[in-house]
Design a protein around this ligand. Structure first.
Ligand code: KG4
Ligand code: ZN
Length: 333
């Protein structure tokens, strides 16, 4: 059983082939970073137009490169995300499914991130705690099984990836900010500036990152142009990154402890942050699982593997779906 995965929820046009027996056959993507970089963030209409331009050629290439005529199933991201971008993926997936007479499965983008560690050799066993951290979400999910997701915490304001992107903009590092902050932070002192670790003393497991972002903004204003030269920029990047990671880890460890979970998975774009990965492994007694770096950020392999666990989902109406907002608990069995 061969699944073609399609992901177009934001600024990556991605395709993948996943075989139920053999696992991931191939995946490929075309990033739109160069198109959006001059604007300092994703421009939704540019994103939709580029998905339209690139998706069919990517599908054709992955099929011919792997000597495949047609898949048995098509899985596509139906939400949440940019509505125009989602509609391109949805329309092409449903059109091809009609032409090829194959099953089509709409997938929740965050379930894709959540199940991405299942693409690795060492798969987490249920139950586990999922820390899903991307440009749009910061979620802590108690995962008992596929389709048994209890959201323990979410962000009250900015997602953590969004905070990385905004701080990068303040420091004139360009877009997307996460990898740029991480790189610059390597040269800085994480203790140079004392930034807040919001929510640490609050009950529950929610996150908040806007206060941290504002603290960084105030610090950059306070420092003169002269003081904002390279070393201080690196110190700000390192101190911000440390504060953001401390916030994530504090809430995650608390959730694992209070819910008695001995396994944690981390996924989503910010899950590619090497300092987050190393710090969580150091601080947690149990097992920590991550997808490989390229499968942390948006990709279609995670959409295809998620569909492999949803093949017998009877509720799938097989209809054309595209939802900008889609609460994750709506996909529970
Ligand atoms: O999962 P993803 O590719 O797309 C969304 O679903 O949003 O996540 C993108 C986010 C961006 O905010 C980006 O800056 C952040 O992930 N990111 C990182 C790193 N790589 C990507 N943040 C921190 N450190 C990184 N190494
Ligand atoms: Zn994502």
């Amino acid at each position: 059983m061969l699944i073609l995965g399609i992901e177009t929820s934001c600024d990556e046009t991605a395709v993948a082939l996943y075989d139920i027996e053999r696992g991931l056959i191939a995946h490929n993507l075309k990033s739109q970073i160069d198109l959006h970089a001059p604007y300092g963030g994703v421009v939704p209409e540019i994103a939709s137009r580029d998905h339209l331009r690139c998706l069919m050629p990517l599908i054709k290439k992955i099929l011919t490169d792997n000597d495949i005529k047609k898949p048995d199933v098509i899985a596509y991201t139906a939400g949440p995300g940019l509505i125009g971008a989602l509609m391109v993926g949805s329309a092409i997936a449903n059109g091809l499914a009609l032409a090829w007479n194959c099953k089509v499965i709409p997938i929740h983008h965050m379930e894709g991130h959540l199940l991405a560690p299942m693409l690795e050799e060492e798969k987490p066993v249920y139950p586990f705690l999922a820390l899903l951290v991307s440009g749009g979400h910061s979620l802590l999910v108690n995962v008992k099984a596929v389709g048994d997701y209890k959201i323990l915490g979410t962000t009250l304001d900015d997602a953590v990836g969004e905070a990385f992107d905004k701080v990068a903009k303040l420091l004139d590092l360009g877009y997307p900010g996460g990898p740029k902050i991480a790189k610059l932070a390597e040269e800085g002192d994480p203790n140079a500036f004392k930034f807040p670790r919001p929510m640490q003393k609050k009950p529950g497991f929610d996150f908040s990152f806007s206060g941290l972002k504002t603290a960084v903004m105030l610090k950059t204003r306070e420092l003169s142009e002269q003081e904002m030269l390279e070393q201080n920029k690196a110190n700000i990047a390192a101190s911000f990154q440390k504060a953001a990671i401390d916030s994530l880890i504090g809430r995650t460890l608390k959730a694992a402890r209070e819910h008695n979970l001995s396994r944690i998975i981390v996924s989503g774009g910010v899950g590619a942050n090497l300092m987050l990965r190393a710090s969580l492994r150091d601080c947690f007694d149990g097992d920590v699982f991550y997808p490989r770096l390229e499968l942390c950020t948006d990709n279609a392999a995670m959409i295809a593997v998620a569909a492999s666990y949803r093949l017998s989902d009877q509720r799938n109406p097989g209809s054309v779906e595209a939802m900008a907002r889609w609460p994750m608990e709506d996909i529970n069995y």
